[in-house]
Design a protein around this ligand. Structure first.
Ligand SMILES: Nc1ncnc2c1ncn2[C@@H]1O[C@H](COP(=O)(O)OP(=O)(O)OP(=O)(O)O)[C@@H](O)[C@H]1O
Ligand SMILES: Cc1cn([C@H]2C[C@H](O)[C@@H](COP(=O)(O)O)O2)c(=O)[nH]c1=O
Length: 800
């Protein structure tokens, strides 16, 4: 029932582009991104051209080398970015880096040598390493703090949107090659040759000119503000495509969310809860307290938390972790931006990913579709040549993969609306793998273009579905780590696959199979696509098993119904979840649950929602009597089972009379206690068998589960002390009983971190309210104005 925030309203782009200096920066970034993608295509194409008379293996080495010099530095040398960050004037750095890249690209076709192609391509990427932090800092310097997230999203959209544009331009230049060939100095190969030279030359000249134009535009930017030099680059995006391998930092949260978030259930954390404090000192105050959240400085240094995966246009950029202060803030040099350390991210993320099946499933699936796109990019040039299509064909395949992906991401939420998102995720990955499989098997250029587009669309659908599932199921902190890891995996994959694919294709070689009269051309590149397809299908299968859990309806049946655009027949569909949102506050005595229920109700009503705040036991007529029975000290010694059944009876009445009717109206229900209280008090506290208590409660509630459970964690003595005077039957229980209850709650949160937000209840009430608000926003019904939604349809966006 929880809905992810929609994102990406066009009005948002207009809003930031209205800021003149940012508009210039954006033009410069767009040109750089275009030059970057064009450069990648042209380098690979020219490497093929220059080795056209050599054996296939050497040609593959050349192509792999061209991909490696373009993709390797951003992945492997990113620490250099950190060394260069903020050392020089950012505007001049951008100008110099773009101008240098332009000159290097212009020099490559003039030299017409493979060794210079590799050297110049590598040098251009080194220049890009200096350009990236300068551009990030310029972005935060030129837009008001509040608009940085919008600017970041637009930058991201531009970076990936430039890929199909570059492919189209490359294809156009390739198609006009006979004209260009006559005009350019590089017109060396005969017309009609699949490895025709002028096409790649023209693209390199174009890339060079585009970079020079980017440098000129950057020159027109306002000069850096002196104080900005003290500002670390924030998590703005890195619109340079650089073949999509540079990290894309998470958009910063809106201003009002810039308080350090509370530690939430995070499998990497040593303990479950942490204080709100941003300093380690605060945490050290009590050994009860948990490892503090990294200070902003630590986070800046850690770097890896600040990256998001390759999120093309229209994809959700989830709220990021806490960021360092905005422009102008004074920060010690040691806290300055340090870019991601890829190996550390892979190692830490891998350990974390192993902790929950859902995260494992999402990671397997989302990382698993990436080889599909990477393999097409890696063998595209040689595959197109094998199909007799040359550079134009390469551009078509490359553009089809990226344009398809962008299309899939935009259309994703609308596709197969009646299929559950968990199933759509698996189906998308499988469809992508199948399309790639057929592409590898049938050597036909026109069909390949259609199938690669289909593979891209399916990959895009599964990516955006995966992001939506993350937004729904994972709590911010966990999600940010997951995305950071995914980013690292995707970039490492792109580098590996693009470099290994042409070599593998050459090793397999092309073969003609004869069956009587029939001949079948089996291309080495086709074999690589087949292998990638099998990897994608395997990833889809594994991911679907982990993500799509517990659906009673066979996939085939649900899929056919969804393809016909109808919901499942009533007899097979699970009972429709009512449209409202169900939030529960849990915790021991005096933890502050009613206080938070009150605060959240006020806030949500102000936001315009219908809110029903309620509690257990005692929110119905019957419930009030049960509450009196249960809490009256007259009944001390009540049997544990009777107690559990009475609480369950109160709950059955509560769900039926109060909660469900409100949810059906679309209201937000906030309940002070629910099933987990019985599991903690009667299960852990009274030492009843948890599974039995669970079963009774599932029956009592018709398995109605909350969308979010906030656990306010507090040592029992501190909570009870807050309540002061008279105690009821439960409060009067022993310290051991209350300790078991506390542990019971924490164990429940550990078992299902996606549904829990665990907070330290000793923090000030207002801070706790803010942390809950931050966690609630993404799952609340859509607050985007109606006119914006009419334009954006289902494009997801960050709520701010
Ligand atoms: N974050 C906080 N820090 C300090 N005191 C708090 C905080 N939150 C609530 N309190 C105070 O603690 C007392 C108990 O709060 P509250 O009634 O909200 O807790 P509760 O969890 O609903 O208690 P109960 O277990 O009785 O249902 C109140 O006096 C309240 O003002
Ligand atoms: C719902 C529920 C509650 N309890 C206990 C927990 C408290 O001691 C009281 C409820 O009173 P309060 O106003 O929330 O303090 O009942 C329980 O043991 N089992 C339950 O399911």
């Amino acid at each position: 029932m929880s809905r992810s925030a929609p994102f990406g309203a066009p009005g948002e782009a207009r809003g930031v582009l209205a800021i003149k200096p940012f508009r210039r920066l954006w033009i410069s970034l767009s040109l750089s991104s275009l030059g970057d993608w064009l450069g990648l295509l042209a380098l690979v194409a020219l490497a093929a051209v220059l080795t056209r008379d050599l054996d296939p293996l050497t040609r593959s080495y050349a192509i792999a080398g061209a991909a490696a010099v373009k993709l390797g530095p951003p992945v492997l040398l990113s620490p250099l970015s950190g060394l260069l960050a903020d050392r020089f004037d950012r505007r001049l750095t951008m100008v110099a880096a773009d101008a240098l890249r332009g000159l290097l690209y212009l020099s490559i076709p003039i030299a017409g040598r493979l060794d210079w192609l590799l050297i110049a391509g590598f040098l251009a990427e080194l220049a890009a390493l200096a350009w990236t932090p300068a551009k990030d800092a310029a972005l935060t310097d030129l837009v008001p703090k509040k608009k940085v997230p919008q600017a970041a999203r637009l930058g991201l959209l531009t970076a990936y949107g430039a890929a199909p544009v570059a492919a189209a331009l490359f294809a156009l230049l390739a198609s006009l090659s006979w004209l260009i060939g006559a005009a350019l100095p590089g017109g060396r190969a005969p017309a009609g040759d699949a490895f025709l030279n002028p096409q790649a030359d023209a693209a390199l000249y174009a890339a060079g000119v585009v970079f020079v134009a980017a440098a000129v535009t950057a020159w027109l930017l306002p000069a850096s503000r002196r104080e900005s030099l003290e500002t670390p680059p924030t998590a703005a995006p890195k619109p340079s495509a650089s073949a999509a391998t540079r990290e894309v930092p998470v958009a910063p949260p809106p201003d009002n969310e810039r308080t350090t978030p509370l530690r939430t259930t995070d499998p990497l954390a040593n303990e479950r809860t942490a204080p709100l404090a941003t300093t380690g000192g605060h945490a050290a105050e009590s050994n009860e307290r948990t490892a503090p959240l990294a200070t902003t400085g630590e986070q800046a240094a850690a770097g890896d938390d600040r990256t998001a995966p390759l999120v093309p246009a229209g994809a959700e950029i989830p709220p990021g972790p806490e960021l360092p202060p905005g422009p102008g803030a004074q920060r010690p040099a040691k806290e300055r931006f340090r870019p991601e350390n890829l190996l550390r991210t892979l190692w830490q993320g891998g350990r974390f990913a192993a902790t929950t099946p859902l995260v494992r499933g999402l990671l397997t699936g989302m990382a698993g579709v990436f080889p599909a796109v990477a393999a097409v990019a890696g063998v595209g040039r040689v595959h197109a040549a094998g199909l007799g299509a040359g550079n134009a064909g390469f551009a078509v395949l490359f553009g089809a993969a990226f344009a398809g992906m962008a299309l899939g991401m935009m259309a994703g939420p609308r596709i197969l609306r009646h299929l559950s998102r968990a199933r759509l995720f698996g189906v998308g990955i499988a469809a992508s793998g199948l399309a790639l499989l057929v592409t590898g098997l049938i050597p036909n250029m026109a069909l390949a273009a259609v199938l690669v587009t289909a593979a891209g669309v399916a990959a895009g659908v599964s990516w955006v579905t995966g992001l939506t599932l993350m937004a729904q199921e994972l709590e911010d902190d966990v999600r940010t780590r997951t995305l950071g890891y995914l980013s690292a995996v995707a970039r490492a994959q792109l580098l590996l696959v693009m470099v290994a694919a042409p070599l593998l294709a050459a090793a397999v070689g092309d073969h003609t199979l004869r069956l009587g009269e029939l001949t079948y051309e089996f291309l080495g590149t086709g074999a690589v696509l087949l292998i990638a397809a099998v990897a994608v299908l395997a990833a889809g299968f594994l991911a679907a098993r982990r993500v799509d859990t517990g659906a009673d309806v066979p996939l085939r049946r649900e899929l056919f119904a969804a393809l016909r655009g109808v919901p499942l027949p009533a007899d097979t569909a699970e009972e429709e979840r009512p449209p409202g949102t169900f939030i529960v506050l849990e915790g021991g005595e005096g933890a502050g649950k009613s206080t938070q229920v009150g605060q959240l109700s006020v806030w949500l009503r102000e936001e315009g929602f219908e809110v029903v705040s309620t509690r257990e036991p005692g929110s119905t007529k019957l419930g009030m009597r049960l509450r009196a029975l249960l809490l009256d000290r007259e009944h001390t010694g009540m049997s544990a089972r009777a107690e559990a059944l009475l609480y369950a009876a109160d709950r059955a009445e509560h769900v039926s009379k109060v909660i469900l009717p409100a949810l059906r109206r679309g209201a937000i229900v906030i309940s002070d206690r629910y099933i987990d209280s019985t599991l903690a008090y009667q299960g852990a506290g009274r030492e009843l068998v948890r599974e039995e208590v669970e079963r009774i409660n599932e029956w009592a509630t018709g398995e109605l589960a909350p969308d979010l459970t906030v656990l306010l964690d507090i040592p029992p003595d501190e909570g009870l002390a807050r309540l002061g005077g008279s105690t009821d039957r439960m409060e009067a229980e022993s310290a051991e009983f209350h300790a078991r209850v506390r542990k019971g709650f924490r164990d429940l949160a550990d078992r299902d971190p996606a549904r829990y937000l665990v907070l330290d209840a000793r923090e000030p009430a207002e801070e706790i309210t803010r942390a809950i608000q931050r966690r609630l926003r993404p799952i609340l019904p859509d607050p985007v104005p109606k006119d914006a939604e009419a334009i954006t349809g289902m494009l997801p966006t960050i709520k701010d």
